[in-house]
Design a protein around this ligand. Structure first.
Ligand code: 5GP
Ligand code: MG
Ligand code: MG
Length: 179
């Protein structure tokens, strides 16, 4: 285990089981719809890569980068598009792939934007969900694990751009934040 990690919240094996389950559900639901999966950079990149390999259907992917958090752990409440899609979403069945739904601000803005661009449908799949932290009324359409209000890293999730490469979801030791 990485020396900066206090505890593993969700193991590599637990993640794999859940991703397979979610991929299976999405494949069923979108079988003849050629969905466009939108990875919200950078946090969702690992989840996206694993998820699409569990979806044995015709589908496409694209990437979008938005900023809502700085380098710290608190939401700024602002959502800015840093990198937009290459693909038009008009009349497409869109699945937004996120690492974690926390305040819900990022996803509610994104969903709003994609609807405005006349997507045929917009649904959200998130690996992690912190329902206690919600500031806007939004529920993920597909969700892996509900977690308590703790800041987590790994499997794409960062603290100051580090720890994304950990294969599990973990909690950092308090002294790491003091550095
Ligand atoms: P929101 O508050 O808008 O729902 O979440 C926006 C983004 O904040 C998430 O996509 C994620 O990148 C980041 N975030 C929220 N909670 C956590 C967390 O516990 N750990 C990490 N590393 N990022 C988080
Ligand atoms: Mg994210
Ligand atoms: Mg981050």
């Amino acid at each position: 285990m990485n020396g900066d990690i206090e505890k593993i919240m969700i193991s590599e094996e637990q993640i794999a089981v859940k991703v397979k389950e979610l991929g299976g559900i999405l494949a069923e639901e979108y079988r003849d719809k050629n969905p466009l999966l939108i990875c919200v950079l950078k946090g969702a990149i690992i989840f996206m890569a694993d998820l699409i390999r569990q979806m044995d259907i015709r589908c496409e992917m694209d990437f979008m980068a938005v900023s809502s958090y700085g380098s710290g752990t608190e939401s700024s409440g602002m959502v800015r598009i840093l990198k937009d899609l290459d693909t038009s979403v008009q009349d497409r069945h869109v699945i937004v792939v996120e690492d974690i739904m926390d305040s819900g601000l990022t996803l509610s803005r994104l969903v709003e934007l994609l609807r405005h661009r006349e997507a045929a449908s917009v649904k959200v799949v998130t690996l992690l969900n912190k329902p206690d932290r919600r500031k806007v009324e939004i529920t993920p359409d597909y969700s892996g694990y509900d977690i308590p209000d703790e800041f987590v890293v790994g499997y794409g999730l960062d603290y100051a751009e580090n720890y994304r490469n950990l294969p599990y979801i973990g909690v950092l030791k308090p002294e790491v934040y003091a550095k």
